[in-house]
Design a protein around this ligand. Structure first.
Ligand code: ADP
Length: 502
């Protein structure tokens, strides 16, 4: 199929996008060894906008080899922590410098509104590099006094200390919902801690990661420290997760694939961190100070990024006396949302792919078949692209698929509740535990609710507030380990104990 015109884009992205995109291996841009490419779509139109190298196992092998070489020899290995930190900082600066271009690419490839891509994806991506840059010089071990008198060396004294060393070659597999930001969340800590990496972007949205890799090269990261292999999950992701030359795999994506990653990692017992799905409860008590503001928060909790967030507030629990008011406010907001291509300043763009478009419609249908009602939405928008209306379901119950399973689309189910104990038990009745929120003007209730949620992040009277310093990750089947903050440093370092006879 011929490449579509990307006339809506500004130069230089316009000229950059249609050219054939290669793999970055050992500092060189190369074709996939089998010479094949796959098509990248604009989800607003269904047009093919780029062709990207279709990496497979043999390309993963080459990338892992390059990453190993860069880890064990050459400038990266000998670089001081301070120099490494400066490089990581400069990547943050470069992301801001190329921010408009990266935002356009993200909007084109993923479908999200351009303004959101600029203000959220680009800004937070720069933030994590700037934040992690500071940690490069602060990774440190401890010293210990050995107090045991060892029977085989009586009277001998010892001095001991620990070293925090990089894990080695890291495989990173990222999703399509925040393509640039997920690359940034993964790459910033791995570089700050002195590892090398093979990154596999999602096949639906590889463009911003490829552009980021070019930008990182321009900043001056030594060859082989960052390698990027595009390809699909089975062809490129699975061999990376299973590779014996990889010391650690970090994955963000579905819980289903997360379980496959764990199995694939078992071969060489590589370390694993996972940031997986969610079905986050968003609890609104009747004592909220402002119903309109709360409803706006609840709407943004689900409709931000078209509901394609692992922490989307997809179960909206509202205390009975204000149920109708909140549902009607959220529905009015949904009704007023402009749903259009991301590059035309909408409130919501298209879903990322035909597959996702059909999956979300399937969930809406399953809810309606089970007896749910649409307070608003339920349909699609336009006759091309993958646009789904922002949708509010009522009349659901906790046994329905739309309450139990992650939809990953702009669909919220609103249910009434009677009291705190009941709603905490229903909120926690999920295999997931990524995020949760509570809206109340009673501070004690807020504290008790935050304690009772079995979730890795709890928002009180707000939603989707992230910071590079704040750990993010899941309880239960929402994952292993945390992204961001100082917590992530543990995932990319290992401890060595050294004992010296005095
Ligand atoms: P989604 O279902 O939302 O597309 P996935 O979990 O399937 O999310 O995808 C997230 C990332 O995992 C993507 O980069 C995808 O290519 C990759 N992936 C999918 N299947 C596998 C697999 N079996 N092994 C490794 N990576 C995979």
């Amino acid at each position: 199929m011929a490449l579509a015109e990307v006339s809506e884009l500004k130069s230089p992205v316009k000229t950059w996008v249609p050219s054939k995109k290669q793999l970055l291996i050992g500092g060189k841009w190369v074709d996939a060894k089998n010479g094949k490419t796959f098509d990248v779509e604009n989800p607003a139109t269904g047009d093919i906008v780029a062709q990207v190298a279709d990496g497979k196992k043999e390309d993963i092998d080459a990338a892992v080899k390059a990453a190993r070489k860069a880890f064990e020899s050459g400038p990266w290995k000998d670089m001081s922590a301070s120099e490494r930190g400066k490089l990581v900082w400069k990547i943050g600066d470069a992301i801001l410098k190329y921010g408009d271009e990266l935002a356009e690419l993200e909007s084109l490839d993923n479908g999200k509104p351009l303004a959101v891509a600029r203000a959220a994806d680009v800004a937070l991506s720069a933030d994590i590099f700037h934040y992690m840059a500071g940690w490069a010089t602060k990774i440190k071990g401890d010293t210990f006094e050995i107090s045991t008198d060892h029977f085989y060396t009586p009277g001998q004294k010892y001095f001991s200390y620990t070293l925090k060393e990089p894990v080695g070659v890291v495989g990173q597999i990222i999703p399509w919902n925040f393509p640039l930001l997920m690359a940034a969340w993964k790459l910033a800590p791995v570089l700050a801690t002195g590892n090398t990496v093979v990154l596999k972007p999602a096949e639906q949205t590889p463009l911003s990661a490829l552009r980021l890799a070019e930008i990182i090269q321009e900043v001056g990261l030594p060859d082989g420290v960052l390698n990027v292999v595009t390809g699909d999950g089975e062809g490129a992701g699975a061999p990376l997760a299973a590779h014996d030359g990889v010391d650690k795999v970090a994955f963000t994506g579905s819980t289903e694939v997360g379980k496959m990653i764990v199995q694939a990692a078992a071969g060489n017992l590589k370390k694993v961190t996972l940031e997986l799905g969610g079905k986050s409860p968003n609890v609104v008590y009747k004592d909220v100070a402002d119903i309109k503001a709360t409803a706006a928060g609840a709407a943004s909790a689900i409709f931000f990024n078209h509901g394609q967030c692992c922490c989307a507030g997809s179960r909206l629990y509202i205390e009975k006396p204000i149920f109708d008011d909140v549902v009607s406010e959220v529905s009015n907001i949904a009704k007023g949302m402009k749903v259009a291509p991301g590059l035309t300043s909408p409130d919501m763009g298209p879903l990322v792919s035909k597959e996702q478009f059909e999956k979300v419609q399937g969930y809406i249908k399953s809810g309606l078949d089970d007896g749910a009602k649409c307070a608003v939405g339920g349909g699609t928008v336009g006759d091309k692209g993958y646009f789904v209306e922002p949708t509010v379901l009522t009349n659901t119950n906790d046994k329905m698929k739309v309450i139990k399973e992650e939809i990953f689309g702009p669909v919220v189910a609103a249910e009434p509740f009677d009291d705190h104990e009941e709603i905490m038990s229903r909120s926690n009745n999920s295999d997931y535990g990524l995020a949760a929120a509570v809206w109340t003007s009673d501070v004690q209730k807020a504290i008790r609710t935050a304690e009772a949620f079995r979730a890795g992040t709890v928002w009180v009277n707000c939603y989707n507030i992230f910071d590079a310093a704040l750990p993010f990750g899941g309880y239960k089947q929402s994952g292993w380990g945390r992204e961001m903050g100082s917590e992530i440093l543990e995932a990319y370092t290992q401890v060595k104990s050294v004992v010296i006879a005095k």
